[in-house]
Design a protein around this ligand. Structure first.
Ligand code: HEM
Ligand code: HEM
Length: 163
């Protein structure tokens, strides 16, 4: 089985998760560091750390887009056609797409007055994506375990139907 196949190999899964969590945690720490900061205090030492976190965030977000692209043909389309883990996969894909779009609006806001609204949307959705990633992986593991049970097993029939 290829590492980047319909089912991810250990290395591919590890890489996807490291890149995802780097983007998520750098965003969350950036938000966290902002809570204690006075917006008028431009010389606070935490500002430098906040900036470094945003650079890390930008770099990992770029890598994440590349990683998601690598998952598209086999992992996403293959599992979609096989009707595996569709709900959480679709929710995660949609959230990542909206994050990419709202991330772009932070670089190029259609109007300067809207930047704060786009930023808030991006931050709330980004924080929720942490949960979506956990749910997607957990649901994927459960559905994989179920598929190893006999077709007529009650647990399998209940969770994924007879397919
Ligand atoms: C596909 C995934 C993502 C992409 C492409 C993306 C992209 C971006 C971009 C381009 C920026 C602007 C950077 C700058 O102003 O220098 C940004 C800012 C930010 N992102 Fe993301 N991001 C993603 C996921 C996330 C996630 C999962 C979180 C988690 C909370 C998050 C939180 C933030 C925060 C807090 C900011 C700073 C907001 C601001 O400057 O107003 N992002 N992101
Ligand atoms: C429609 C879209 C998607 C579908 C239908 C889908 C489906 C699945 C399924 C069925 C599994 C369980 C695989 C198995 O162990 O047999 C799984 C696991 C996983 N998926 Fe997705 N997925 C989708 C999108 C995504 C996206 C966008 C990401 C990127 C963050 C992703 C990352 C993962 C990871 C890291 C695992 C865990 C692999 C492991 O270590 O067991 N998936 N997905």
């Amino acid at each position: 089985m290829s590492s980047w196949g319909v089912r991810l190999g250990t290395r591919a899964s590890w890489l996807v998760q490291v890149v995802c969590w780097t983007a998520i945690l750098s965003g969350l720490f950036w938000i966290g560091l902002g809570w204690g900061l006075d917006p008028q205090d431009f010389f606070h030492p935490l500002r430098g750390w906040r900036h470094r976190l945003l650079v890390l965030h930008g770099v990992s977000a770029y890598m994440l887009l590349w990683v998601i692209g690598s998952l598209f043909t086999l992992h996403q389309m293959g599992n979609w056609r096989a009707r595996r883990n569709r709900a959480s996969g679709l929710a995660l894909t949609g959230a990542l797409l909206l994050l990419a779009l709202s991330g772009l609006t932070l670089y190029y806001p259609p109007h300067e007055d809207w930047r704060d609204a786009f930023s808030l949307f991006h931050q709330v959705l980004g924080a929720s994506t942490a949960l979506l990633v956990l749910v997607h992986i957990r649901a994927g593991k459960i559905s994989h375990r179920m598929r190893r049970l006999p077709r007529r097993h009650p647990a399998r029939m209940f969770i994924i139907g007879s397919s």
